[in-house]
Design a binder for this molecule. Structure first.
Ligand code: C2O
Ligand code: CU
Ligand code: CU
Length: 550
């Protein structure tokens, strides 16, 4: 049915128009992954820098190494991992090693492309020596962490193969589920897709006092979608420009890098930390038996109190933490966490509102808004552990709108020929518009407006945009949706977890979302962008500059 409506759309020349609108766009970036061939990850032009080149100098000085509590060597390297039976899959991944400090600061995961899990305490000083062996420029960004501009993994700091970048910062964030991934301009999508991502978990006193399940009962789970060819190799942007405009969608769900993921559990409570590490796919997550979800945390750590949800909506970049109590389940029983049906906003190709808005011809992509399994929980053993769900999890100080120096408006807009833009602008490496300068120490409201409307907007402007800000976390103040977007919005909105601290917020078509945050501690260039990685790579990203008020 979706294919039929798409053909119809093609028939009236929609594709021609869309393509014409994009003809002046930058061509797809040189990708590490073949778009449709079966060749390996490492084909393409030779690296611009030979591997033996001396390390570049970076802002952190060796003198400060002594002050670091934990020092980690992190490398980006090509590797092969077993994902399916038969041929292993070529990936790019992060590998790490603790050089100094607690060896438990890094937890390596076997048989997956995912990077090691960083486990730090608030207040620790971390030093990371990043080296790269991949044949493209790269840089690591610590998603959700509040770090100095030079430590944030801005694309202007990207390194080539054989080069090195030294990070050093204090972990200022409260306990929470953060993550790290590459951020080179135009290449974030393909590099995350190729396997480069990992968790960055922070603990603190307040979290420990909450007495949540720990150790093997505290489980980080990253949900991603991928497309594989018959040789088990990753395929990216098989639909070229349309994949870029809409965002890439795969046909295979991977959890922690594995297909058909099954979590063996005991009859007791668990803390499940979910990260949507997909390039563009939005999930509406619920149990197959309609059991409600108990949400205890989101992007910036624990909520004040647990919240019951019929399902949770998780857009790319977002995290949600669940208290999942399997005490009443019978040993041998199974539960399936699945994607629930929702109205998928129409993409570039306008493939019909219901169910599979982004279904494309020639692609077996899983329709966005249909029911499909994410992971299976299998109750395997009895446990008598019955620790109760804490009534109070943390304390969150609300930022008052009265404290905001101003409200800035950011229009999320389709602007041919450039594609998706922020206030009509595309990313420029170091440019900052006058309305993108923020005073150090100030509090501001930012309003993200997903416009839609207009001729091109009407055709291509009906996509959701998960908006992310670097630096400090924000609080969601309010959401408003207009008539055009209401039906799709209502099919997902009960799953928004807007309490607490956030760094990424889904802005649906026709919706405006106001967030409030502080801009403390660090001056310099930081990014705000859509976390649909194909949108980000096409330039739906801008700098903001925190300037000293002196
Ligand atoms: Cu997770 Cu600027 O990104
Ligand atoms: Cu980020
Ligand atoms: Cu977007």
């Amino acid at each position: 049915m979706n294919k039929i409506s798409r053909r119809k759309f093609l028939g009236i020349g929609g594709a021609g128009l869309a393509a014409a609108a994009l003809a002046a766009c930058a061509p797809p970036a040189i990708l590490p992954i073949p778009t449709s061939s079966t060749s390996g990850l490492d084909d393409g032009p030779a690296p611009t820098t030979p591997p033996q080149k001396a390390p570049t100098t970076t802002p952190a000085t060796t003198a400060s190494a002594a002050a670091a509590d934990v020092e980690i060597a992190l490398s980006a390297i090509p590797a092969t991992v077993p994902i399916f039976s038969g041929q292993p899959t070529q990936v790019w991944q992060f590998q790490g090693e603790v050089l100094k400090g607690d060896a438990a600061s890094l937890q390596s995961l076997p048989d997956t492309y995912l990077g090691p899990i960083f486990r730090l305490n608030k207040g620790q000083r971390l030093r990371v020596n990043l080296t790269s062996q991949i044949p493209r420029e790269t840089i690591v960004h610590w998603h959700g962490l509040h770090v100095p501009a030079e430590m944030d993994g801005h694309p202007r700091h990207a390194i080539n193969q054989g080069e090195r970048y030294d990070y050093e910062f204090e972990v200022l964030n409260r306990a929470g589920t953060y993550w790290y991934h590459p951020h080179p301009h135009g290449l974030t999508g393909p590099q995350v897709y190729a396997g480069m991502a990992g968790f960055f978990l922070v603990s603190d006193e307040e979290e420990r006092a909450a007495g949540l399940p720990g150790g093997e009962f505290d489980i980080p789970l990253v949900i991603q979608d991928r497309l594989f060819n018959s040789d088990n190799q990753l395929v990216y942007l098989s639909n070229g420009m349309m994949d870029q405009m809409d965002g890439f969608l795969g046909d295979q769900i991977l959890v922690n890098g594995q297909p058909d993921f099954t979590l063996p559990v005991a009859t007791r409570p668990y803390r499940l930390r979910l990260l949507n590490g997909s390039n563009s796919r939005i999930y509406k997550l619920g149990w197959n038996d309609s059991a409600p979800l108990t949400v205890i945390g989101n992007d910036g750590g624990l909520l004040e109190t647990p919240v019951q949800k019929p399902y949770v909506t998780l857009a790319p970049g977002e995290r949600v933490e669940l208290w999942a109590d399997f005490s009443d389940r019978a040993v041998g029983s199974e539960m399936v966490l699945q994607n629930q049906p929702f109205i998928a906003p129409t993409g570039t190709m306008g493939g019909g509102m219901m169910g599979g808005g982004m279904m494309r011809e020639g692609s077996a992509a899983l329709p966005l808004g249909e029911r499909y399994p994410i992971l299976t929980v299998r109750v395997e053993r009895q446990s008598d552990e019955r620790s109760p769900l804490p009534e109070r999890l943390s304390t969150i100080e609300r930022i008052s709108p009265q404290d905001a120096a101003q409200t800035r408006r950011v229009a999320l807009r389709m602007q041919p020929p450039r594609g998706w833009t922020l206030n009509g602008r595309s990313f420029e490496m170091t440019a900052v518009a006058p309305d993108e300068q923020v005073r150090l120490g100030s509090t501001e409201i930012w309003e993200f407006v997903n416009e839609g409307g207009g001729m091109m907007g009407g055709m291509m402007g009906m996509l959701p945009h998960p908006m992310h800000m670097h630096g400090e976390q924000f609080q969601v103040l309010e959401r408003q949706v207009d008539r055009s977007g209401r039906a799709a919005w209502e099919s997902l909105s009960a799953g928004f977890v807007d309490g607490g601290w956030k760094d990424t917020v889904l802005v649906m078509p026709g919706e405006r979302v106001k967030v409030i945050r502080r801009f403390d501690d660090f001056t310099g260039l930081f990014l705000y962008h859509c976390h649909n990685l194909e949108h980000e790579d096409m330039g739906m990203m801008r700098n903001f500059e925190v300037v000293s008020s002196a």
